[in-house]
Design a protein around this ligand. Structure first.
Ligand code: NAP
Length: 271
């Protein structure tokens, strides 16, 4: 890779960044499409300074991760209407010093679902009411799905259900609730506690099951769903598609999905 005076810089900001997979994914995408660009990870708790640095240095785009996805919004110049409705920004585009915020988690979730089914007119149960559940919920609502939110804390679940014009169901009441697609949007089952599963086996009944966790690649929930004959959508699909949507916003080019996936898989195998 050649770095010269024309090289454009992109970054991810957040803390902790842990083993973020975004740098390997985006750098491989730049390489595969011949973009003269580099993507770096900046772990920082100085959000406002980081945004001023972005403006001052002409950093062309940023991924925004925890804990800044909501806090960043009042510091931006423009916010895409979908990101505004979701209440979270995960992507910034720097247009000549004006910073615009987008949410590509929503597009990523929808693209991952569409690899397996068209959600319009289907019944979708989302487990969780945090940022990822909100993004997936808004995308699926826009796509015409009918939604039920199930969440551990009923107040949060009901608030999201209200925002989405969806119904709320306590997790214990999922038995007998018909669903064409179940979306798992809690961190239960994530590394290093991958033996955990957020639902009783008897409640995993949908013919399509989507997991948002991508470490491990195959969670206990997906294992059970596969065993029961469901079609499964692993969390990596959403991760790659949200990155692909970022790449489109930043470069205006079609993202090289296969190269991005290969880079992420290699990084997961050799952390
Ligand atoms: P978040 O905002 O912290 O929300 C977490 C949600 O999970 C809340 O609804 C919370 O319920 C629920 N929860 C947490 N611990 C629980 C437990 N022990 N039992 C039952 N429910 C529990 O997190 P997030 O940002 O939405 O992320 C959720 C997951 O999605 C994470 O695993 C994250 O890695 C993944 N994610 C994946 C992608 C992707 O591209 N694949 C993108 C974003 C996020 P309460 O309301 O009761 O606290």
């Amino acid at each position: 890779m050649r770095i010269d005076q024309h090289t454009v810089l992109y970054a991810v900001i957040g803390h902790p960044l842990g083993h973020t997979l975004s740098p390997v994914m985006h750098n491989r995408a730049f390489e595969a499409t011949g973009e003269n660009a580099v993507y770096m990870a900046f772990e920082t708790d100085r959000l406002a300074d980081a945004l001023n640095g972005m403006r001052a240095l002409g950093i062309r785009g940023c991924s925004v991760t925890l804990p800044f996805k909501t806090a960043v919004m009042p510091l931006l110049d423009d916010i895409d209407p979908l990101a505004r409705a979701i209440g979270a920004v995960n992507t910034i585009v720097n247009r000549g010093g004006r910073l615009a915020g987008y949410n590509t988690d929503a597009a990523g979730a929808l693209a991952a679902v569409r690899e397996v089914m068209e959600p319009s007119g289907h019944r979708v149960v989302i487990l969780g009411a945090g940022g990822a559940a909100r993004a997936a919920g808004f995308a699926l609502k826009e796509a015409g799905a009918s939604l039920t939110i199930a969440n551990r804390t009923p107040e949060k679940g009901k608030a999201l259900a209200l925002a989405l014009n969806a119904t709320f169901a306590p997790i214990d009441d999922l038995r007998g609730l018909p669903a064409d697609l179940l979306i798992q949007a809690t961190p239960v089952g994530m590394h290093p506690r991958q033996e955990r599963c957020p639902l009783d086996e008897a409640l995993i009944q949908a013919p399509v099951v989507m997991e948002l966790i991508y470490n491990p690649r195959e969670t206990r929930l997906l294992e059970i769903a596969r065993r029961k004959g469901a079609a499964v959508i692993p969390g990596l699909r959403m991760f790659i598609h949200q990155g692909a949507a970022q790449f489109r916003l930043w470069t205006g080019k079609e993202p090289p999905l296969e190269a991005m996936e290969a880079a992420v898989l290699a990084a997961l195998e050799h952390p």
